[in-house]
Each structure stands twice: as C-alpha cells, then as structure tokens.
Design a protein around this ligand. Structure first.
Ligand code: IZC
Ligand code: ZN
Length: 424
C-alpha cells in the first residue's frame, strides 16, 4: 500500500472544486478557456503551504495520514476556485481622483484631463509628496480589500513617481508589501507611465532618463521582473516604446505594454513582435494586432472595469480574440483615475455582460491565464499537487453563480499558502 500523505490542512466536501488544471505549461486558448475541470464533492490536502493531493473527499481522506490532526475546512454546498490572480494593478499611489470622476460624468475625456495636467500627473504630485510608510499603509489597505475578495496574488506597477528616487521608492513599497502581506505582490517598473510636468517640453529627454538611469537602477537592485510602458497617443509612441522595451529586454526584464487602450497605435503588434509576456487593454486593437497576438505567446490582459469606469461605449473585442486563438486574461487595472475598482469578482461580472465571455471563460481568465500573464503559472493559478495552496471558497451553489451575483462579495474563506487568511 502506498505511504499515507502528511497534511496540515484539509479542505473537504466542496460542492464544486474548480481546479482549472492542465494548463500550467501554456495558457488556455479558444475552446479550452471554457473547460474548467470540476470535481464534485471535492477535497484538497495541503502540507507546508503546498497542495499535496486533490480529488473527491473520499479519495483524499483515504490517502492522508490522519495521525497529525490537520485543520479541517468544510466547503459543503460551496464552490472552491484557485486563488484569483490580478495581473494588472497600479496599487501604490497617494490621494484619490473623485473630482476627475465628476468631470468625466460631465463629459470630459480621460486624455483631455491628462492634457490639462490632471489625471496621472495629479496622482504623481501626491505620490511624490508621500513617504514610503504612508504609501505602504494606503496600499496595504487596498490589498486587504483585494485579498478578502479572493485575490491572492496581484501584480503592482510603479509609475506615479517619475523621478529616479520616487520610482525606486514605489518599487521598495511593493517589495515590502510582498514581504509583509499575506497576498503575493509581483512588481513591474512603469517609469514610462507619463511625461512629468518638468519634462513637458522635452519628452525624449524624459525617455532617456527612464532608459539610461531608471531602468539600470531598477534592474541592478532586482526591484522588478517586468518593464511596462503606456503606449498611447500623447503619451509614448510605438517607436519610443520599442526603444524602452528593447533596453529592458537587454537587462533581462520581461515586457508588458499598455497597448491600444484608447487609440489604435499598434501596441498589440509591438507586444507580439517583441515577445512580451502580456499586452494589456487592447480596447482599440486592430485586426492585424489580433492575428499577431494569436500567433504569439503573449497573453492579452483585458480590463473591462476600466472601460466601464470611463463610461466608454467600446469594449475590447474579447469574443473575437478568443475565437481567433488569443490567450485572454482579465485584470482589475486598479488605479485612482481610470479604474478605482479592485475587486476581480466585479471584473468577472462586467466581463460576462460586456465582453459576452461565459462564466467558465472568465474563471480561466482570472486564474491560470492571469498567472501566465505574470510568469507564475508553474506555482499558482490552478488547484494541482505541487502548487501553492491558494484557494477561495465562495458562498455559491455553482461556479456560474459568482459572476451572476455581480456587486456582492461572495468570497467566504480565503486560503493563501495553506493558511486561512480571511473568513474561516
Ligand atoms: O492613473 O490614470 N491608464 N494609466 C494608464 C492609468 C490609466 C492610471 C491613471
Ligand atoms: Zn494600467
């Protein structure tokens, strides 16, 4: 008889254990996105923060050594998903922009507000004035909210400093959050988020500062694994973005692009050309961009809550992307301007209604495909032996109830690294 497995935590009796297994090597595409791999009356055994066994409750109980009395979490009549992964956030900032929200209601656009010196630049002023401790405290509060709604791993970008000192300050806050918070936080350098006021007449000079000073400082200190750029009309062009990203690649960073969010500039094509790990937004992506992304390893990270918050009429062509074979993930884009939403459950609800993605596709997009978008799919994004024990128990009779109940936090218990961190 096989030796019994040791476990320190046992999750049992799940009405639906949605494992999303089988896509750790490559992201899900096309029809695979709708296949979730569900175990009824499911159970998971956890040992030292890692998943040891997955199966029906009967199977798992039969395999474990009960002598060390593991903690038991009963998920009877409920749905268990892998810990949700948010692969695009601007988590660290000071202040808020509810005044801009009012301007938008009255008809001013996002780019008009930015051009008038508001938008990102108003958050930059507030963030420069804030200390590391203040930024840490504020971001920790937002991260607590995210974790209690099921997000166990979040990417976080710099980009509200725009000086060497302030960009490093934000990245250090992200590192501290990852160290001290139960959630994992994955850092991205976004020094090319906007041209700061003091460089208004010399955008090339600012780009040179990013490429020649900030980037080596970030890479040399190991403060970020990814480099991102806001490739947008009036911000950074495709040529400028290519220059930055090639320099980042040469320093060993992986690439992300804010691509075709408002204008169809060709950011999607650039992401595929450079082998970026993700191309994000893609609201205005071209047909050629879709074809190139489908033929690449780049994950399309779509941000429907942003379009919703900007009161946009045009949503990213998610259905067409899925049908053409693009690997699609979803993220919140949490930031104080275009998207003050940090709940992936809200994002899932909007994606079903506005993208016409099915609940199953949406779950693939916030778990395993989101993990691929931050290069972590070997460790997180599905419930499989050997992965981190990150799981969320939802107060829901079936998985498709979760996006259906848009607006309510249904996460009852969140388990991170094998520990119950909220609920119980
Ligand atoms: O602060 O407006 N789109 N960056 C690119 C943002 C939105 C964040 C912001
Ligand atoms: Zn963004």
């Amino acid at each position: 008889m096989a030796e019994k497995l040791k476990a320190d935590l046992l999750l049992v009796n799940a009405g639906q254990l949605v494992t999303v297994a089988g896509a750790s090597a490559a992201p899900k595409r096309g029809e695979e996105m709708a296949r979730l791999d569900i175990i009824e009356d499911g159970a998971v055994a956890v040992c030292n923060g890692v998943i040891a066994a997955v199966g029906t409750t009967g199977e798992v109980l039969g395999r474990i050594d009960k002598s060390n009395a593991p903690q038991v979490v009963d998920a009877r009549g409920q749905v268990v998903l892998p810990g949700l992964v948010d692969p695009h956030t601007h988590l660290v900032f000071a202040g808020s922009r509810e005044n801009e929200f009012e301007l938008k209601i009255r008809g001013m656009t996002y780019l008009e507000i930015l051009k008038a010196g508001g938008g990102i630049l108003s958050t930059v002023s507030a963030t420069r004035a804030a200390s590391e401790e203040e930024l840490f405290r504020t971001a920790r509060k937002y991260l607590d909210q995210m974790l209690s709604q099921g997000t166990t791993t979040a990417e976080a970008k710099s980009g509200y400093g725009l000086t060497v000192h302030d960009e490093l300050k934000i990245l250090k806050v992200i590192r501290e959050l990852d160290r001290f918070h139960a959630a994992d936080v994955v850092p991205t350098f976004l020094g090319a988020h906007a041209v700061p006021g003091e460089y208004r007449d010399d955008p090339e000079g600012y780009l040179s500062l990013v490429v020649e000073v900030m980037l080596p400082a970030v890479a040399g200190r190991g403060l970020a694994g990814f480099c991102d750029v806001f490739c947008e009309e009036g911000v950074f062009s495709v040529e400028q973005s290519r220059r930055l990203l090639l320099a980042a690649k040469a320093l060993g960073l992986e690439l992300k692009i804010h691509a075709d969010e408002i204008t169809s500039l060709g950011g999607g094509e650039l992401a595929a050309e450079l082998g970026a790990v993700s191309a994000d937004h893609l609201t205005a992506v071209s047909g050629r961009g879709i074809t190139m992304l489908a033929g690449s390893g780049t994950v399309a990270v779509l941000l429907p809550a942003t379009t919703f918050c900007l009161m946009g009429r045009q949503y990213a062509p998610a259905r067409r992307m899925i049908e053409e074979g693009v690997a699609v993930a979803l993220a919140s884009d949490f930031n104080p301007g275009s998207c003050p939403v940090n709940s992936l459950q809200a994002v899932m609800g909007i994606a079903c209604r506005q993208f016409k993605m099915t609940p199953a596709e949406v779950i693939s997009a916030v778990t395993i495909n989101a993990a691929h978008a931050i290069g972590r799919a070997r460790e997180i994004g599905s419930i499989e032996a050997g992965k981190k024990a990150d799981m969320v128990i939802f107060d829901a009779p079936a998985y498709n109830y979760i996006p259906y109940r848009f607006g309510t936090n249904l996460a009852r218990t969140v388990i991170k690294n094998g520990r119950v961190v909220t609920g119980g």
